[in-house]
Ligand binder design. Structure first.
Ligand SMILES: [Zn+2]
Length: 89
């Protein structure tokens, strides 16, 4: 089973909480090993969690998530287009 970036994004907060099932966690970990985009998101998400941990508040600015996802979707699209071109498929 292969999971896509958008699935990984849904799992990230649980991944950071270490509350994923072992199977899903392994899938996410494996994806993160080869996906720069999701690794970058994991890093920034982790930073936000660390920064806000003291206040016990974890609230993203309104619209943050939508904007982030829109940007990511764009990057993934161009990434996939590049990959298709490279593989000559
Ligand atoms: Zn990814």
């Amino acid at each position: 089973m292969v999971i896509e970036c958008k699935h990984v994004w849904n799992y990230l907060s649980d991944y950071l909480d270490d509350s994923l099932s072992p199977e899903i966690k392994e899938l996410v970990q494996r994806h993160l090993e080869h996906c720069e985009i999701c690794s970058a998101i994991l890093d920034s998400t982790r930073n936000i969690v660390v920064l806000t941990a003291d206040d016990r508040v974890f609230e993203l600015p309104i619209g943050y998530s939508e904007r982030l996802h829109a940007r990511l979707a764009q990057e993934i699209e161009s990434n996939e287009a590049r990959t298709r071109k490279d593989s000559g498929d």
